[in-house]
Design a protein around this ligand. Structure first.
Ligand SMILES: C[C@@H](N)C(=O)N[C@H](C)C(=O)O
Length: 199
């Protein structure tokens, strides 16, 4: 069993969770008076879906929002993601890893890419269901009263281009401010029953 600090969407204990549609509705987060939503991420094709979250996820986000200091708001970057978009994102990361690390094996590059974007198949070819394609995962940041994102050490939209280590929650090269903001986000989300992928 991997410790939480190493869990990724393709870890065995995550993939062991059976996924069956429970009928919980997908709700548009922009209808919430508490939660903010950013522009469509990744590509224009995400526009119709990216604000959709399972009702239980939206309720937990609203709960997490209550734990934030006044003037700060959770902002949805992306909730539901169509499997076709997920495949494009994973393939781009796998390609990026192979170009950056030509001496590494395909399996190593696959594992690195899988920490950044969930694959739709294991390296051995077994089908997998990416968390975002269930409506049960959400990417968020925090914005201030003027709608400006707090300093997290990187813009959320740059996840696919920055050094992968910078995407790890506890990257040691962060400024104190960025580390504090990441910690705040993890604390409020965890308090509401959500689980962070630390890498
Ligand atoms: C694509 C990136 N923002 C993201 O959501 N990554 C996680 C690991 C995922 O694809 O599930």
């Amino acid at each position: 069993m991997l410790p939480h600090a190493q869990i990724t969407p393709s870890s065995p204990q995550v993939q062991a969770i059976p996924i069956a549609d429970c009928g919980e509705p997908l709700l548009d987060a922009s209808r919430s008076s508490l939660i903010r939503c950013g522009p469509p991420p990744e590509c224009p094709e995400t526009a119709p879906f990216y604000r959709l979250l399972r009702a239980g996820v939206l309720a937990r986000l609203e709960q997490a929002q209550q734990h934030l200091p006044a003037g700060l708001h959770l902002r949805v970057y992306e909730g539901y993601r169509h499997p076709k978009i997920q495949q494009i994102l994973f393939d781009a990361q796998w390609r990026r890893m192979q170009i950056a690390h030509p001496d590494q094996s395909a399996a190593w590059c696959y594992a690195q890419a899988a920490m950044l974007a969930s694959p739709l198949r294991t390296f051995a070819g077994e089908p997998m269901i990416p968390p975002h394609s269930t409506g049960g995962a959400v990417d968020v940041d925090i914005v201030d009263a003027a709608g400006q994102p707090l300093d997290f050490g990187m813009a959320l939209c740059d996840w696919g281009e920055v050094a992968p280590e910078l995407c790890a929650t506890q990257y040691p090269g962060l400024t104190d401010t960025a580390a504090r903001h990441r910690q705040l986000l993890v604390e409020v989300m965890t308090a509401a029953g959500l689980v962070n992928y630390p890498q």
